[in-house]
Design a protein around this ligand. Structure first.
Ligand code: PMP
Length: 411
């Protein structure tokens, strides 16, 4: 049994008071906090091993290189990739998705081809495809959602055709808290000869992900949403696809040999890692993964579901509160988007902050989804394993205080 109160002790940032109140940090979909063991590993790297990787033969360079490459293997095993060469370190999910759009797609997308996304995409997994469609004359098509906010597989079957070359979908929505049936969608994409690109930014931190079992061709995620430093992320790609793709950026580290008029490129993953990489970031990501493995991803998922199982019905029972996405906690990750009738979500978030509750407000980088839902913005509470029932209580209390302050329902 995990002692979740003990786990919280690893996150000193959570102990502070904000505006005189206990901090309830419920903005984990934007970024998570870092536990002390990850901060220690980061400090240890800079205090003892810091050097540039791959180029040096001196002791620190060898140590830094080993730690960087070990981090790659840690990621490989965490998402069950078949080969460590399938793991490319990036700046984050955004860069990974742009990499695929700029390289694989540059070779494979032509006028009249189709790119299929869902209406629930974060702009990171939408704008790159939209711009590619504009540049190539390809057609960008959308998969709608069911009435409960889940990806509609029947709609997907209609939208994905033999002209479809890419299906790009989020694994877990950063607004609705829904999980995409990725395995079925991957099979459907493959039946039509398309590749599937998944945005795992809101999935990998929260439940076990096995890229081989899912059958995805590309899968991107960010370290900062799973306890590690900012500016580090991962793109998983099937090796045969990566090997055939052109490089993303050019420069040091990514070459095999350079002549005056031509260059041959390194093999994956180095072909896609031009310049000095974020070595400390990769080390912090590996440290974060070890921390999560220590808890067990099944336990992390279970604990988050427990929190949502109490938070969601309580939010749904609140007068003048609208919750977006499924009302069944079993269909939810730790993300809950909501509005209070008559209040702008920014005012809601500011009022909640006065009560020590940190939530996000806005369009959550998903404007087509907001449009689809018929709103311009929402507030969003998002949980991680270090949250507790006190955070849930504080959220509900703060919402009530906010409604009272703004006289919601009495005007
Ligand atoms: N996709 C989803 C679903 C996200 O929630 C986010 C982060 N808000 C991203 C992509 C982009 O992640 P990053 O900014 O770390 O690249």
């Amino acid at each position: 049994m995990t002692e979740w109160d003990d786990v919280r002790q690893d996150f000193p940032i959570l102990k502070q008071r904000v505006n005189g109140e206990r901090l309830a940090y419920l903005d984990n979909a934007a970024t998570t906090q870092r536990p002390t063991p990850v901060l220690k590993d980061l400090m240890n790297f800079y205090q003892h091993d810091n050097a540039n990787v791959h180029r040096g033969v001196h002791t620190l360079a060898v140590r830094a290189t080993n730690e960087y490459e070990n981090a790659r293997q840690t990621v490989q095993h965490f998402i069950n990739a078949a080969d460590e060469r399938e793991i490319i370190f990036t700046r984050g999910a955004t860069e990974g998705l742009n990499l695929v759009a700029a390289t694989y797609s540059r070779q494979h997308i032509h006028e009249g081809d189709e790119i299929v996304v869902s209406i629930a995409e974060h702009h990171s997994n939408l704008v790159p495809w939209q711009q590619l469609a504009i540049a190539t004359g390809a057609c960008l098509k959308y998969i709608d959602l069911t009435t409960t906010g889940e990806l509609d597989l029947a709609a997907a079957e209609k939208q994905i055709t033999d002209r479809t070359k890419i299906v790009a979908v989020t694994h877990a929505s950063n607004v609705l808290g829904t999980i995409t049936p990725l395995q079925q969608l991957a099979a459907l994409a493959h039946q039509h000869g398309a590749v599937i690109v998944a945005d795992g930014a809101q999935a990998v931190p929260h439940f076990a992900v096995d890229v081989q079992q899912l059958g995805v061709d590309f899968y991107a995620f960010s370290g900062h949403k799973m306890l590690s430093g900012m500016g580090i992320g991962v793109l998983y790609g099937r090796y045969d696809l990566l090997a055939a793709m052109p490089p993303y950026q050019f420069g040091g580290e990514m070459i095999s040999s350079v002549q005056r008029q031509s260059t041959t490129f390194a093999e994956p993953p180095y072909k896609f890692e031009a310049g000095t990489p974020n070595v400390a970031g990769a080390i912090s990501l590996a440290s974060a993964i070890h921390y999560l493995q220590g808890l067990g991803m099944a336990e992390v998922e279970r604990h988050e579901r427990e929190l949502v199982a109490t938070a969601l019905p309580r939010l749904l029972a609140e007068d003048h509160v609208t919750v977006y996405g499924p009302h069944d906690p079993a269909k939810h990750t730790g993300v809950i988007a909501f509005n209070i009738t008559g209040l702008h979500p920014h005012d809601v978030a500011t009022a909640l902050d006065m009560e020590g509750v940190a939530v996000r407000a806005g369009h959550h980088c998903a404007q087509p989804l907001m449009d689809y839902l018929g709103v311009t913005a929402t507030a969003r509470a998002s949980f991680y394993f270090y949250n507790n029932q006190q955070d849930v209580d504080q959220l509900i209390h703060a919402i009530r205080e906010t409604k009272e302050f703004f006289h919601v329902g009495s005007i």
